[in-house]
Design a protein around this ligand. Structure first.
Ligand code: NAD
Length: 365
């Protein structure tokens, strides 16, 4: 078994049943046949990917799974617009045709779309089979693969159909980032800085100091950034698996981001791009309320801009447009829009009292 650079554990103590699982971060993880053997035993596998990632990485995973194992491959078309029930049905169809059983394990090889879709398919197949995440985008490595939220989109809303279903393991191969387009890489960086903002000021400052190394995808720095991000997400999820409270702070920047994605049309702005802009807006409101300094907001903007991330919303979006779009969000509780603001750097809070004037003021900055 290859030695990982980092290995951490997601502990889920709430249920009484041990569902904790490892996150392995290293090089050559996708080809590590011994690790797959240890995780899977002789279980059959349904290996799901898309037509962008499969040509790059499917063969090394298939080889690592071993000759003697039953492996059923499902390769879906690429794209967020494929994250719907019919794609899940394609996975179920193939799994049934090939007589998969309860001890079969679904494996997701790809970004957040494949991860969410495969996880959801696993949650429902035969009332629930195990699955393993092999995230290949930076966003999936630091965010969507960890924490057990799975699901698909519905014509009436994004991620509206889903289940909490924790993976058996998350295996992060740093080598897969070398083929990731710059824009997708930057989208992942936005989620990484989010963790510094909401949880760990030292990490925030460390990221700002290492922005050049991150930009050139320096392996050592990236590995540390991914590990620290996963550790924070694991910590938050361990305390609040089903988003009863604390977990909602992971949505820092997301209320505004979802409004931008909704108004612009999904896919026009990448999710991480919208989150970057949304974080600046939330940080600016926090600064206006006196919770963080204006310098913090300037530093955040400069960091995001280094990666080509947008820090201002589209000029067509007024405060009224934002409010309208946010009213339909999942984050609305009892008719009130919930925002994540910063109490101070590294400490987030949930509020529902952001006014239209505050949003307008932020847009005017
Ligand atoms: N479950 C959660 O907690 C959670 C959290 C955040 C986001 N999400 C979901 O994640 C999805 C977004 O994930 P994403 O940003 O990874 O998008 P994605 O899965 O669409 O991947 C982005 C693009 O990169 C390609 N790609 C993936 N890995 C590659 C590689 N190594 N080299 C080259 N190309 C590669 C993909 O084929 C795709 O074209 C959304 O559907 C979002 O709702 C879920």
């Amino acid at each position: 078994m290859s030695n990982p650079i980092y290995s951490l554990q997601v502990d889920l103590p709430c249920s009484g049943i041990d569902r904790s699982y490892p996150i392995i971060i290293g090089h050559g993880v996708l080809s590590d046949s011994e690790r797959f053997a240890a995780l899977l035993g002789d279980s059959p596998v349904v290996l799901v990917s898309n037509d962008t990632v499969a040509p790059l990485y499917m063969s090394r995973v298939r080889d690592a799974l071993g000759q003697g194992r039953k492996v059923t491959e499902v390769i879906l078309p690429d794209g967020e617009d494929q994250k719907h029930l019919m794609s899940a049905d394609q996975i179920w169809q193939k799994a049934l045709e090939y007589h998969h059983e309860r001890r079969s394990v679904f494996i997701a090889l790809g970004g957040g779309v494949i991860g969410d879709l495969t996880g959801y398919s696993a949650a429902c197949f035969l009332r629930g089979v195990d699955f393993i995440q092999l995230p290949t985008t930076l966003l999936a490595q630091v965010d969507s693969s960890v924490g057990g939220k799975t699901g698909v989109n519905h014509p009436l809303g994004k991620n509206m159909i889903g289940a909490f279903h924790q993976p058996r393991a998350v295996l992060i191969d740093l080598d897969s980032l070398q083929t990731l387009p710059d824009r997708e890489f930057a989208a992942g960086i936005a989620e990484i800085i989010k963790y510094g903002c909401i949880w760990d000021p030292d990490f925030y400052h460390w990221l700002l100091e290492h922005s050049d190394a991150l930009l050139t995808r320096n392996n050592e720095v990236l590995a540390e950034a991914i590990q620290r991000s996963c550790a924070i997400k694991a910590d938050v999820v361990a305390q609040d698996e089903r988003e009863g409270g604390l977990r909602a702070i992971l949505n820092f920047g997301h209320t505004f981001a979802h409004a931008i994605e909704h108004v612009m049309g999904y896919g026009v702005w990448l999710h991480g791009e919208a989150v970057a802009c949304g974080m600046v807006m939330a940080a600016q409101i926090s600064a206006t309320r006196g919770h963080v300094s204006e310098e913090m907001v300037i530093g955040l903007k400069r960091f995001l801009e280094t990666f080509g991330l947008p820090v201002e919303p589209p000029s067509t979006m007024s405060a009224e447009v934002f409010l309208d779009a946010m009213a339909g969000d999942k984050k609305v509780v009892r008719g009130k829009i919930r925002y994540v603001l910063l109490e101070k750097l590294g400490d987030a809070c949930l509020v529902d009292n952001v006014t239209i004037d505050e949003i307008a003021q932020t847009l005017a900055k």
